[in-house]
Ligand binder design. Sequence first.
Ligand code: AHM
Ligand code: MG
Length: 339
Amino acid sequence: MAQQQQKISLTRYLVEKQRADGLIPGQLRLLLEVVARACKSISQAVNKGALGGVLGTAESENVQGEIQKKLDIIANEVLIEANEWGGHLAAMASEEMDSIYVVPNRYPQGEYLLMFDPLDGSSNIDVNVSIGTIFSVLKKPDDTPGVQEADFLQAGTQQVAAGYCIYGPQTTLVLTVGNGVDMFTLDREQGSFVLTQQDIQIPADTKEFAINMSNQRHWDEPMKRYIDECLAGKEGPRGKDFNMRWIASMVADVHRILMRGGVFMYPWDKREPEKAGKLRLMYEANPMSWLVEQAGGAATNGKQRILDLKPTKLHERVSVMLGSRNEVERLTQYHAEKA
Ligand code: AHM
Ligand code: MG
């Protein structure tokens, strides 16, 4: 009889990682387990859809002036309620909350700071297309008493863990603690995440790009040049045909890139020139950039490595280009030539 392959649960993976290379201290292990548990619960709510009465918009706006969906608010509450009492966190910050959420006095305070976009790709919720939760973990600087927004304003290089959970045909959790990227699939019968892929690598070259082409006329020159050359295909300077995908869920687009390569771009554009971009640095671009780098890819805002940017505010926006290394280098080169 063929020996059944042993399944490794997220819990076991975290315990073994903690033991083996001390990469995951106890509080961080608890934090990651709690985030995963919250994602399971969000996955349940997403799955129920209309049956759970969770679709549609709430009658509120978030700090970015975007109309919130019911599921945006539910996911945010699930993450806060799951994380506030365990003693592993000092504070949380979210796309859906104006200011930081300090762990209430009735609970012990931990040493970590958790940031999240509770449900990224909100425009896809009501049309049954993949969405996801993105998270980033920092350590609270220990030289300051209490906790304030300034404690969160650390460069992406300071992250100690980052990941996302995608709610698609499968619910999949993708995680890094700084030594590669591993992937877990939710086993609904067992109710646990199971390790399904280790050490994910993004190929350095690709023939696939992801960008919202409807903004083309608003881009700056280097961006136009890059896409024009891709579109010119075999007959153009790139000498190969490119394919395009745009899911309008960063989680789903980045997941595809981790699985088979590609380049994802949400650049600055002239629609709102005073904004650096659409995506948020601290809980969208930083965690995704770190995952991509950990998988051998690269991430830039065109001029600088995203992970090196020093944030000046919690909801700061950034221009994003990430994925297969050689394409990101080319984008950087085009921006440098223009400058
Ligand atoms: P959200 O956090 O409000 O959902 O916005 C972020 C999303 C990304 O997931 C996605 O890449 C982008 O917005 C899509 O924007 P657009 O609709 O302009 O193409
Ligand atoms: Mg988002």
